[in-house]
Design a protein around this ligand. Structure first.
Ligand code: TPP
Ligand code: MG
Length: 219
């Protein structure tokens, strides 16, 4: 997924690769002296990659307005954070580079929004980076072929009670912003859109062999 028009620069197959790319994009924004900042998303497993540390060091040294958003969902494929990382607190890792950081409840939509706004303001006003660690949970397996034997059903059940979509829906209904009926309509619209996309994909012909290298190299 990639959309240059919407300034969305896609997902990348190499875990952590986007941290260097995001830092470079934010450097370009600073260089052009525009008001933009970059939001760079990655998982907790990516924090163990060298590029995370190299990028954060440069970002603070050169005052690059990159907002590093670590979605800590506790698992990288089938490996828990506890088995792969010597310390647990990711937000604090930013301190060794002198970078502002926040630990955020990633299950709370408004907390995520507010912390992101604070980081964006820091980026815009002071041209400084921020590291946000958003603690969440991965409800599904890593892929369709992941039986998820590395965690207990109890653990999943515990986190299901804190599903951010369900909690946000409840708080919106409670505040009178939206009714249950309106929410169901939104869900139905999303389900219909997905079903249409699946039907379109299944009814589409396979691409021709000549397409094999399309989009791989720059023209
Ligand atoms: C350099 C590299 N090593 C291994 C992989 C295989 N791989 C794909 S996703 C993944 C785990 C990523 O976990 P995390 O960063 O926590 O992101 P999440 O999927 O949990 O959001 C791994 C190891 C890869 N794509 N790139
Ligand atoms: Mg993860």
């Amino acid at each position: 997924m990639f959309s240059k028009e919407k300034n969305f620069f896609g997902g990348h197959g190499i875990v952590g690769g986007q941290i260097g790319i995001g830092t470079g994009m934010a450097y370009a924004q600073k260089y052009r002296e525009d008001d933009d900042v970059t939001l760079c998303f990655f998982g907790e497993a990516a924090v163990n990659q060298g590029i995370f540390h190299e990028s954060l060091n440069m970002a603070q040294l050169w005052k690059i307005p990159c907002i590093y958003i670590c979605e800590n969902n506790r698992y990288g494929m089938g490996t828990s954070q506890a088995r792969a990382m010597s310390t647990r607190n990711i937000a604090k890792k930013a301190e060794s580079y002198g970078i502002a950081n926040e630990f955020v409840d990633g299950m709370d939509v408004m907390a995520v929004r507010q912390a992101t706004e604070r980081a964006i303001e820091r980026g815009r006003k002071e041209s400084l980076p921020t590291l946000l660690e958003m603690r969440a949970y991965r409800f599904m397996g890593h892929s369709m072929s992941d039986p998820g034997k590395y965690r207990t059903p109890e653990e999943i059940k515990t986190f299901q009670t804190r599903d951010p979509i369900v909690l946000f829906r409840e708080s919106l209904v409670e505040a009178g912003v939206i009714s249950d009926e309106e929410f169901e309509l939104i869900e139905k619209r999303a389900a219909d859109k997905t079903a249409d996309a699946v039907e379109f994909a299944e009814n589409s012909p396979f691409p021709d062999e000549s397409e094999l290298f399309t989009g791989i190299y720059a023209d």
